[in-house]
Design a protein around this ligand. Structure first.
Ligand code: NAD
Ligand code: MG
Length: 393
């Protein structure tokens, strides 16, 4: 039977890489593409839907419904728009769903997919950060599988094949260090959104690229590691590795370390999740170790990247702290991109929000439910906006 596929966030960086792999692996002749979703890039979404002969194309924005309808006129592709239409798309029977919307907006469709027992290829790390225990419990109850797509987590997942978690002593995830790795710390204050939006090794969406420069991306990934693999936060480390060739390492209790090495190309992690448990030929570069010559590692300095310290606090606190952290981070990122705050003030905003909410709402007391997560997400965004306003005055 042909695998039924849905892609949330098909027009983004991860989405495009997923589409690329599907086409290389036979496209509409090899897969039943159930639904593709996107945002404002209607022309590209329509093109993908046509090429993959999708049953349904959904834009997240209701006002773009007519545009999408016109773009797909006469193709037989159904069209829908808006947040509810995204959730409805997750209700359509599928075997493999790629979760590649950026931000907390990816949580609800992903949860719905798991409720149907569908395999969820999870690029949307924000889902695990905001609602990790809920996501895993939902997967377990419905016999759904979550396959990690973030490159570090795919690397750990692969290093753990055939291993027992009891034998794991430590998990080390690597960080390129982002755009400002070699800048003097004092200069970071003046960093602009344009400067933060270029990445030394990876081509990704703008938000995750800026998050790489601030290390908020790595902060999210540390929390993601704790949630997905269920390891004690004390056993999770981050190390700066400028070449981005080793993606993660797993240390075992006998002292052995398994490292995952590969080129910085997301099609490896996406392709692993797409073909799992088998391995398929993937169009990624093959490394020549003698050409690479050497690999470098440096400590991930919490003074340069306060986001890493905050991640430790979030991992220790647990509960709804991750939801507050992620939402405050998203709002702080918006404020930085809008030039309302400085690059270095993003972590100040997030810290202020966490302080205020843990004092006022007790983020660790409540059990995690989807309602609670969405409530805390909303509250943290509102609080972040007021902190930004205070900074601006
Ligand atoms: P992107 O910005 O390139 O694409 C995001 C996609 O989500 C687009 O299709 C966009 O239309 C859609 N979208 C945006 N806001 C939406 C909303 N509110 N509702 C519905 N759809 C919306 O992002 P990306 O770089 O592809 O990242 C996607 C996810 O994958 C993120 O969670 C990111 O952290 C994760 N990730 C990305 C990479 C990478 O290499 N790009 C690597 C690891 C993990
Ligand atoms: Mg990553």
């Amino acid at each position: 039977m042909r695998k039924r596929i849905t892609i949330f966030g098909a027009t983004g960086s991860i989405g495009e890489n997923t589409v690329d792999l599907l086409i290389r692996q036979g496209g509409a002749g090899a897969y039943d593409v159930v639904a593709l979703t996107g945002g404002r890039n209607i022309a590209r979404l329509a093109e993908q839907a046509r090429e993959l002969q999708a049953d349904l194309a959904v834009t997240a924005y209701p006002e773009l419904y007519e545009d999408l309808k016109t773009a797909l006129d006469g193709t037989g592709v159904e069209v829908a728009a808006g947040p509810q239409a995204l959730v409805d798309a997750a209700d359509r029977p599928s075997d493999w769903i790629m979760s590649a919307i950026v931000g907390a907006a990816g949580l609800v469709p992903g949860m719905r997919a798991l409720q149907h027992g569908t395999t969820l290829a999870l690029a949307n790390k924000e889902s695990l950060v905001t609602a990790g225990p809920l996501l895993l419990a939902t997967a377990e109850q419905n016999k759904a599988r979550i396959l990690p797509v973030d490159s570090e987590h795919s690397a750990v997942f692969q290093a753990l094949v055939g291993e027992e978690m009891e034998a794991v002593e430590r998990i080390i995830i690597t960080a390129s260090g982002g755009a400002f790795r070699d800048w003097p710390i004092e200069a970071l204050e003046k960093a602009t959104p344009e400067e933060a939006s270029s990445h030394p090794n990876w081509a990704m969406g703008q938000r995750i690229t800026v998050d790489s420069a601030s290390m908020f991306n790595k902060a999210l990934e540390l929390i993601e590691t704790k949630e997905y693999f269920g390891v004690d936060p004390k056993r999770i480390e981050a190390v700066v590795h400028p070449e981005s060739l080793i993606h993660a390492l797993v240390g075992f209790r006998d002292g052995a370390i398994m490292a995952h090495v590969g080129p910085p190309d997301m099609r490896h992690a996406i392709g692993y999740a797409l073909n799992w448990p088998e391995r398929a030929d993937l169009p990624v570069a093959r490394l020549d170790l003698t050409e690479i010559g050497q690999l470098n590692f440096r400590p991930a300095c919490e003074k340069r990247w306060p986001a890493l310290r905050l991640a430790r606090e979030v991992m220790e606190a647990g509960g709804l702290t991750g939801a507050a952290f992620n939402a405050a981070k998203e709002a702080a990122l918006d404020a930085f991109l809008a030039r309302q705050i400085k690059f270095t003030q993003m972590s100040e905003v997030v810290e202020a929000v966490l302080d205020r909410l843990s004092r006022e709402s007790g983020l660790t007391n409540d059990a995690i439910s989807l309602e609670k997560v969405l409530e805390v997400d909303h509250l943290a965004r509102q609080t972040a906006v007021s902190v930004v306003q205070m900074i601006e005055q």
